[in-house]
Ligand binder design. Structure first.
Ligand SMILES: [Zn+2]
Ligand SMILES: [Zn+2]
Length: 171
């Protein structure tokens, strides 16, 4: 992922680069990597978006971060503002709720709207929905043959937005 970022920004090594992450630990790693790659000015947001969200609330400042900040605990997200800038990965409607596919053999993390949550029983696809409905014993047997249950590479390329798409999104 980091090498891809460095590649995408290869012609911007003289520009100021500002990194922000959820918390801030990965920021350290990322910035030292980018400095090594020849980027001149790399800045970090102290404490990440989590700290930023707390600070602006305390100071009563308008937020420059809109929407929801993904966090790695059970909440899977912390609203910073009420904007919904995400899209359901299944139907494309506005949504910002992360969910793990209810099929334990898949468990992919993706954004799902309430409608699709109902339609797919909390799963990422028809395949996973069908699989999750089987009884546990059958699931276990099928899971021995991983390729039969979920071709996760096919799924993840469908569901995880490619990096360049994210960049276009932010423009
Ligand atoms: Zn949907
Ligand atoms: Zn799934």
């Amino acid at each position: 992922m980091l090498p891809e970022v460095a590649q995408l920004l290869a012609d911007k090594k003289d520009k100021k680069l500002h990194l922000y992450f959820t918390g801030g630990i990965r920021c350290e790693k990322a910035s030292s990597y980018l400095l090594k790659q020849g980027f001149k000015e790399v800045y970090q947001l102290d404490g990440g978006i989590v700290q930023y969200a707390h600070d602006i609330k305390k100071e009563n400042l308008p937020s420059k971060f809109i929407g929801k900040n993904f966090v790695f605990d059970n909440r899977l997200g912390e609203k910073v503002t009420n904007h919904i800038i995400g899209k359901c990965h299944q139907c494309g409607h506005k949504a910002d709720s992360h969910t793990n596919c209810a099929n334990d053999a898949c468990h992919i993390l993706f954004i799902q709207c309430d409608n699709c949550k109902t339609t797919y029983n909390g799963c990422c696809s028809e395949d996973c929905k069908d699989f999750a409905q089987l009884d546990i014993q059958t699931q276990k047997e099928l899971r021995k043959d991983v390729t039969k249950t979920v071709s996760s590479s096919k799924l993840s390329s469908k569901i995880k937005p490619k990096l360049y798409q994210l960049f276009n999104y932010w423009k």
